[in-house]
Design a protein around this ligand. Structure first.
Ligand code: NAP
Length: 285
C-alpha cells in the first residue's frame, strides 16, 4: 500500500514553524525580516507567483517589498533597482521573478544579487557551496523535496536515487542535495541511454522532466519512493506531473501527487531561505 506525500500539509506545518522562528528573530534582533520581489513586465503566470510569494510572506510575518517594473524597462534601470536592494540592510532576500521580458540580460541582473541575499539559491556561489557540501541557500524546489522526505521520516542515506532531469534550478541541485544526504545518485537527461533500467534501479526516483506522465509503471521498482516535480498539462489540459500517477502509485511505498505534492513546498522554502538569510546576517544561527 502506497502513502501519498501531502505537500500541502507539510507546507502548512513548515510555515507554522517558520512563523514561530520569525517572531523569535524579531524579538531577539529587534528588527524585521525583509524579502524584496522584483517583477518585470506583465506575464500572467509570473504575477500569480509573485502574489503568492507576497501572501506567503504575510502569513509568516516576513515583510515584503514588491517592485513592479514595466516590460520596456532598460537594462540599466533594472540593474539599478537590484543593486539598490543589494545595499539595503532591511532586505534579507532578493528574488527576481523569471522569465524576464526579451531584451533583458537576466544573468547580468541576477549576478547583482549578493550571495547572502540569493534566496532562490541560483547564483554560482551558492551552487558551488552546495557542490562542496558547505552551508548555502539551496534552490527552493529541490530543497523542498528534501524537507518533505525528512518530514516523512525517510532516511535517504545509502539509498539509490535517480534524478531524471539536469536543469540548474531543479535536477542538478536535487542530485547534489541527495548526494550530500549520502544517497548514491544517478542523473539522467535526454541523451541518457537505457533510461528505463536506470529508473528501475531507483529506491528514490525524482522526475523533473517537464513531460506529462513520462514515467510509466514499467519504469518503477516495487516499493520505490517516487517524487514528481513536473507541472505539465495532460491531453485534456488538466494539471498533471511527469509521472503517470494512476498507474504508478500501486508500485510505490511513497508518491507525491500533482497538484498538491512538490509544488506547495516551493514558496514555503523561499520563506525558509529568507529566514535563514536573516539569521545568518544577524549571526543568529
Ligand atoms: P527543464 O529546464 O526543461 O529541464 C528538463 C530536463 O529534463 C532536462 O535536463 C532534459 O534533458 C530532461 N529531459 C527532457 N526530455 C527527456 C527525456 N525524454 N528523457 C530524459 N530526460 C529528459 O525543466 P525544469 O525547469 O527542470 O522543470 C522540470 C519540470 O518541473 C517542469 O514540468 C516544470 O514545470 C517543473 N517545475 C516545478 C516546480 C515546482 O515548484 N513544483 C519548480 C520548477 C520546475 P536535457 O538536459 O538533455 O535537455
Amino acid at each position: 500500500m502506497y502513502k501519498i506525500i501531502d505537500g500541502k500539509a507539510h507546507s502548512r506545518g513548515l510555515r507554522e514553524e517558520i512563523a514561530a522562528e520569525v517572531a523569535r528573530f524579531k524579538q531577539s534582533a529587534g528588527r524585521d525580516i525583509g524579502l524584496a520581489v522584483v517583477l518585470i513586465g506583465d506575464d500572467g503566470a509570473s504575477k500569480v507567483y509573485v502574489r503568492n510569494k507576497i501572501k506567503g510572506c504575510e502569513e509568516v510575518g516576513i515583510r515584503s517589498y514588491a517592485y513592479y517594473l514595466p516590460a520596456d524597462v532598460s537594462q540599466r534601470q533594472a540593474e539599478d533597482v537590484v543593486a539598490e536592494l543589494a545595499r539595503d540592510p532591511a532586505v534579507n532576500g532578493i528574488l527576481v521573478q523569471l522569465p524576464l521580458p526579451p531584451g533583458l540580460d537576466a544573468q547580468k541582473i541576477l549576478s547583482l544579487i549578493p550571495v547572502e541575499k540569493d534566496v532562490d539559491g541560483f547564483c554560482e556561489s551558492n551552487m558551488g557551496s552546495l557542490c562542496m557540501s558547505r552551508p548555502c541557500l539551496a534552490a527552493c524546489t529541490p530543497n523542498g523535496v528534501m524537507k518533505m522526505l525528512e518530514r516523512e521520516g525517510i532516511n535517504v542515506s545509502g539509498k539509490r536515487a535517480v534524478v531524471v532531469g539536469r536543469s540548474n534550478i531543479v535536477g542538478k541541485p536535487m542530485a547534489m542535495l541527495l548526494l550530500n544526504a549520502d544517497a548514491t545518485v544517478t542523473v539522467c537527461h535526454s541523451k541518457t541511454t537505457g533510461l528505463k533500467d536506470i529508473c528501475l534501479s531507483a529506491d528514490i526516483l525524482v522526475a523533473a522532466i517537464g513531460r506529462a506522465k513520462f514515467i510509466t509503471a514499467d519504469m518503477v521498482k516495487e516499493g520505490a519512493i517516487v517524487i514528481d516535480v513536473g507541472m505539465d498539462r495532460d491531453e485534456n489540459g488538466r494539471l498533471c506531473g511527469d509521472v503517470d500517477f494512476e498507474n504508478v502509485k500501486d508500485k510505490c511505498s511513497y508518491i507525491t501527487p500533482v497538484p498538491g505534492g512538490v509544488g506547495p513546498m516551493t514558496i514555503t522554502m523561499l520563506l525558509y531561505n529568507t529566514l535563514a538569510a536573516a539569521k545568518r546576517s544577524a549571526e543568529i544561527v
